[in-house]
Design a protein around this ligand. Structure first.
Ligand SMILES: [Zn+2]
Length: 122
């Protein structure tokens, strides 16, 4: 197993003072000699299949359910939809609430679009 060596101390965990001759614990690796940031820093983009979904559909810190009649009805249809995962349902309902907060109501176009998704795109 290959460990990344601390770049600051070169792996010995200490940094020497060239003038005084004393050595101090390396502030970068705290004496371990390994790079402190050698962990998994990079996100595996292949795992985020939903990248084409816009991240704006987050549930706002407000009501947990749609407030308009159309929105409530749509949410009911989403919840009753077979073949939709709980995650997908939550996302659609968040989308409804997000739309409501932007437009004040659910437009016909939006209702149509949502209904299409509850039917699984078939
Ligand atoms: Zn170090």
């Amino acid at each position: 197993m290959e460990l990344e060596t601390c770049r600051m101390c070169g792996g010995d965990g200490r940094i020497g003072n060239a003038l005084g001759g004393s050595s101090a614990t390396c502030p970068s690796c705290h004496g371990s000699g390994r790079r402190a940031d050698a962990g998994p820093r990079f996100h595996d983009v292949t795992k985020t299949k939903e990248s084409h979904y816009r991240p704006a559909a987050q549930a706002p810190a407000g009501p947990k359910a749609p407030v308009t009649a159309e929105g409530a009805q749509l949410a009911g249809e989403v919840n009753a939809a077979p073949g939709l995962s709980a995650e997908a349902k939550a996302r659609l309902i968040a989308e409804i609430m997000s739309h409501e907060s932007t437009h004040g109501r659910c437009t016909k176009t939006f209702v149509k679009k949502l209904r299409k998704q509850t039917r699984g795109g078939g």
